[in-house]
Every structure is written in C-alpha cells, then in structure tokens.
Ligand binder design. Structure first.
Ligand code: BTN
Length: 309
C-alpha cells in the first residue's frame, strides 16, 4: 500500500470524507473496511480507532519507559521481534500492529488478526537466569491481562491453564511466549498477546474454537487498552525477573476457571484424567489422578474440561 493511500485512510479514520478513487477503494476493501459513497467522497461505515504511539504514551500512568513501534501490516509482531532479539535495544521493545498477515497462536495455530479491530502486541524481554527461570512467565502475563480486563469491568474474565484468557466459555485473549535465545545467565524472550475486541462473521468463521470479544460487553478504546496493558505488564515483568512465579501462585489460582474441576490433559501420547488442583511454584498444573498428585508443564500437555472433546 502506498503512503498516500495510508494517509487517506488515516484521514478517514479521523472522520474526514476523502475523494473516491479506484486504488483507495481497492485498498479499503482489502483491509476489510466498509465505506459509503457520498457525492464522490468516501466515508467509513464503522468508526476506526487507529493505534497511536503518542496517545498510548500519554495514556500510560505507570511511568514505565516505552516507545511502541506501530506497524500498519506485518506478518506477526512476535516474528518481527524474534528477528530483532540480538539487537542491543531488544529489552523493552514493544511492537503493535493494525493487522497481522500471519498471526501465530500456540501449538502452530493461526491467530486471526483483522485490520484495526483487535490488539496484537509483542514485548521483547531479556530476563536473568537460564531457561528454567522462565517457568511461569506466560502465567504471569495471563494474570496481568486478566487484571486489566477486570479493571475495565469484565469481572467474569478468567484463565484456563496455562494462559488462555476466557470470557464465559469463549477465548478473549491468547498469549504466545517464545524464547529467542538462552545462555547460562540470561534469556531473550518475546511475549505476544492478542486480545479480541471485535470479530465479524468472516473472522469467526476462521477460528476453530469458541471466541469472545470485548465489544459484546462494553465499549473499549484500543489505545487506552494498550496503555493499560503496558502499564500492568512492564512493571510486573520486572518483578517477575527478580522473584519468579511463586509470589503469583495464589492470584493465578483465584483466576482459574477450572479450579477443582474434572479435566483431561492431552499430551503427545497420553491422556490424563483427574481433578485440577491448581499450579505449583513453577506454574506447572497439579492434577489429582488415580495415581496421586501429578505435575505437568505447559510444553507437554493442553487442558480440556472433562466433558469437552
Ligand atoms: C494462543 O494461541 O492462545 C496465543 C495467541 C497469541 C497471539 C498474539 S497476537 C500478537 C502476537 N503475534 C503473534 O503472531 N501472536 C501473538
């Protein structure tokens, strides 16, 4: 997309009518943005709040240093940061996108990432300690996301181990943490978060699990949500790097939607049935099975409620 077309779409997002042209119409269609034509001028049918780095910084209250990089279209914000993990300024780099063309989820899944609707956010972190010090990181990120969403008024948001953010039975947000490099004293990781604000029927048709969106519950500004997420995450990641997961264990248990429920854990070659007994000091799930209490880590298994396929 040319810069001038992008500028025109920015104008339209601000509410201004823009003279219709075939190239602009084609670009709007490709982005999935509906328009109406009024005497040769185009207007967006739905309001469009574009991400704005300056606005995000102004809305942040934690004082955490942050210069978000905002991409219009990108393959994946996680991939973008993974490619930059060796750079000296990697730690604390924040990448956001209006649209991901190859958004990635856990277990090789695709993360549906339409233009201008949701949050696609990745943060680069250099954490002290070897890979074992990272255990529980994605659970802490889940805690931060739930704190923010509950703070917005979504009181029934909770977590499914290890880090699916659920609203009712639908997935509202997902977290993908990836290790870019690790040595004896530190690891470089990319923390990716996708939050669904709005998904239309075509988006939902591409998702093979129940989804939830914020817009069904309350109005939500994207820049405000990003600022709140960064305000929560950046200081908490600092705390996690010093103290590990154990101080978060109880809070995580309070958000666990399947606490005390009968669950199934699906591994590569084994299925385990038992009762969910929360998480240990490393964030492994504890399951009461016929053999006793067993711990599983997130790399090994995925969780299902007992009665779901
Ligand atoms: C999951 O499957 O639950 C994890 C989804 C993670 C999606 C986010 S969106 C921002 C970042 N970039 C990606 O490609 N994936 C993560």
């Amino acid at each position: 997309m040319t810069e001038s077309i992008q500028d025109q779409i920015v104008e339209m997002a601000g509410g201004a009518p823009v003279r219709s042209a075939p190239s602009l119409l084609a670009a709007l269609k490709a982005l999935g943005l509906a328009v109406r034509v009024e005497q040769g001028f185009l207007r967006l049918v739905e309001p469009l709040e574009l991400l704005d780095a300056q606005k995000i910084r102004e809305l942040m209250v934690s004082g955490a240093a942050c210069e978000p990089v905002i991409c219009w279209q990108i393959d994946s914000t996680n991939t973008w940061l993974m490619a930059r993990a060796a750079q000296p300024d990697f730690h604390g780099t924040v990448c956001l996108a209006e649209q991901q063309l190859a958004g990635r989820g856990r277990r090789g899944r695709h993360w549906v990432s339409p233009f201008g609707k949701n949050i696609y956010l990745s943060i680069g972190q250099r954490l002290p300690g070897a890979a074992s010090a990272l255990s529980g990181l994605s659970l802490v990120v889940g805690i931060c996301v739930v704190r923010v969403l509950r703070g917005l008024g979504l009181q029934s948001v909770g977590l499914k181990w290890p880090n699916d953010v659920l609203l009712g039975t639908g997935k509202l947000a997902g977290i993908l943490t990836e290790i870019a490099s690790v040595n004896r004293d530190s690891a470089r990781v990319v923390i990716g978060i996708g939050v669904n604000l709005r998904l239309d029927a075509a988006d939902l048709g591409q998702i093979d699990q129940p989804s939830a969106v914020i817009a069904d519950q309350l109005p939500c500004e994207r820049n405000r949500l990003v600022a709140a997420l960064l305000d929560e995450l950046l200081p908490e990641l600092e705390q996690f790097s010093q103290r590990g997961f154990s101080p978060y264990r109880e809070e995580w248990a309070g958000f666990d939607v399947f606490s005390g429920c009968e669950i199934r854990l699906l591994g590569a070659d084994r299925e385990t049935l038992g009762i969910n007994r929360g998480v240990d000091q490393q964030g492994n799930i504890l399951v009461e099975t016929a053999e006793g209490l067993e711990a599983f880590n997130a790399g090994e298994v995925s969780l299902r409620p007992r009665d779901k396929p």
